[in-house]
Ligand binder design. Structure first.
Ligand SMILES: Cc1cc2nc3c(=O)[nH]c(=O)nc-3n(C[C@H](O)[C@H](O)[C@H](O)COP(=O)(O)OP(=O)(O)OC[C@H]3O[C@@H](n4cnc5c(N)ncnc54)[C@H](O)[C@@H]3O)c2cc1C
Length: 480
């Protein structure tokens, strides 16, 4: 049953499971754990719709590269699935077999541990069963890149799709406007004794649950751990530890422009680095998309400028030149964009500042930077894709100088894919959660979502995070 904690203070005395956060991860977990006589509580900080008092709790200054942390997340039931784009691509086997070329280990679990949950995750995301991740325009005959495969979810909006089940599933209590503001760690038992929740009028209450799962997205999952004084005093979270470190994004870099050769198809193309490429260049993976300028810039200011020029075309002397410019789509036929893997880097991290939000929690800040290894990945992908275009007779690529000259500043924007801040590892020396997504040193605290990613690959994160969430649900169901 979905209840509004602002007006209905009807929490039970204790629960078997308490899940914090009603986005894709939290909703999926809640529905898998409820039933069989278990009592499950899902606490969601926002309401049914966007509201400023909830969203402003996501304010998060940043340093280094801008992550647009507030805009990239939505804080109400359904979470960021309320405006995600639905692009789905599974992790590759090599994401799990080859560690990153930095001084940190990769995934501690086998690819098969996530692969077997792919059909169920596809079903959740309304992708047709058994459908292949399709190659689009497989025109590049090369060992370094292959035609990329991805599927588009409708996109699934979790709050709408699962509204009936959230309301009707036996044993499941869903409270909206119910914000987790503290985790109370008990040193004697080595477990979380209670979580503290608050409404927007600062009415606070302790909630007892046997197992607690954080599913609030990668910035907030780390924030909750860092914010808990009892976890800090108990030595579970420390300044030098991994909580909040290794924040990763997928790098969105405009590599340059291209001009197609006559006769080449004008359809957009997507390519993905092969394992051979990654080994040869010791680089990260990347999706490269070549899109025609006429497609990507037929809106906004560019559309207005083109419209203006088109209307100017008349018998006057300059008419032919202007017509040529508008048809040619200056400055080239298309642009090359990317979704590139970033390696885990402890310096990119979430920390807390002294300022507190309206509910009394310390505010987070993100420092996001590009390491030399990331720049090298971008350079390798840029240079090799340009060569492949030429070799394959597709056309000519003009790379941005900052792609190959690493002394020049590079413009990178994020994809709103936050990962890595509670990374999975075999020991606290290299991460925050173990192979079962349990926080090291705490008997009953788990994390769901892309914050547990040890490496991020170049696959969109939501489907893989659902695969891991389904695995976590199975583990928790087996345990209790
Ligand atoms: C514009 C955009 C486009 C995207 N497109 C894609 C795409 O095409 N493909 C893809 O794979 N991914 C995409 N993503 C990323 C995708 O949205 C996320 O991977 C996904 O939503 C993460 O799910 P989650 O459940 O872990 O976190 P979230 O969706 O962020 O959910 C977290 C939930 O926790 C709640 N919460 C937070 N704090 C508290 C608290 N203190 N107490 C209680 N509840 C709390 C929030 O209200 C929210 O409901 C996109 C993101 C954006 C912004």
């Amino acid at each position: 049953m979905i209840k509004d904690y602002q007006s209905q203070k009807e929490l039970c005395d204790s629960y078997d499971f308490c899940i914090v956060g009603g986005g894709p991860a939290g909703i999926t977990l809640a529905l898998r754990l409820a039933g069989n006589g278990r009592r499950v509580l899902l606490v969601e900080g926002g309401g049914h719709e966007y509201s400023q008092n909830s969203q402003s709790l996501y304010k998060c200054p940043s340093s280094g590269l801008d992550v647009y942390a507030e805009e990239a997340r939505l804080r109400y039931l359904g979470g960021t699935s309320n405006h995600w784009a639905g692009r789905c691509r599974p992790f590759e086997r090599s994401d799990f077999t080859v560690g990153p070329p930095v001084h940190l280990p990769g995934w501690p679990i086998a690819f098969s541990e996530i692969e077997r949950y792919l059909p169920a995750a596809m079903d959740i995301l309304d992708l047709p069963p058994h459908s292949e991740f399709k190659a689009i325009n497989a025109t590049l005959d090369d060992t370094e890149f292959e035609a990329d495969r991805f599927l588009l979810s409708p996109p699934t909006r979790f709050a709408q799709k699962y509204a009936k089940q959230l309301n009707e599933t036996e044993g499941l209590d869903v409270f909206i406007n119910c914000n987790c503001v503290d985790l109370e760690f008990d040193n004697k038992t080595g477990s979380i004794a209670a979580i503290v929740v608050s409404d927007y009028e600062l009415h606070r209450e302790r909630v007892i649950a046997k197992q607690l799962i954080l599913a609030t997205g990668a910035i907030e999952n780390a924030r909750h751990l860092l914010n808990s004084e009892s976890l800090v005093n108990g030595g579970i979270v420390s300044k030098d530890g991994f909580v909040g470190r290794c924040f990763m994004e997928h790098l969105n870099v405009e590599l340059g422009t291209f001009i197609l050769k006559d006769g080449q198809s004008t359809d957009s193309r997507q390519y993905f680095t092969t394992d051979t490429f990654v080994m040869e260049h010791s680089s990260g993976k990347g999706n490269v998309s070549a899109s025609l300028v006429s497609e990507v810039k037929s809106y906004g200011r560019m559309a207005a400028i083109k419209g203006f020029f088109e209307n100017l075309i008349c018998e006057a002397g300059e008419a032919q030149k202007i017509e040529f410019i508008t048809k040619f789509n200056c400055p080239g036929d298309g642009v090359i964009g990317t979704l590139i893997e970033q390696f885990p880097n402890p310096n990119s991290r979430i920390t807390l500042i002294e300022d507190r939000d309206a509910l009394g929690m310390r505010k987070p800040t993100v420092h996001w930077e590009l390491s030399p290894a990331d720049r090298s990945t971008i350079k390798s992908i840029g240079l090799e894709v340009a060569k492949c275009f030429a070799k394959g007779g597709l056309g000519f690529v003009k790379l941005e100088a900052c792609v190959y000259d690493e002394d020049l500043p590079l413009k990178v924007s994020p994809h709103a894919h936050h990962m890595g801040t509670t990374r999975m590892a075999t020991s606290p020396e290299f991460g925050v959660v173990d192979e079962n997504c349990k926080v090291f040193g705490v008997a009953n605290l788990y994390v769901a979502g892309s914050s547990v990613f040890s490496t991020g690959g170049a696959s969109n994160p939501t489907m893989p995070l659902l695969q891991l969430t389904l695995r976590l649900a199975e583990h928790l169901n087996r345990m209790s």
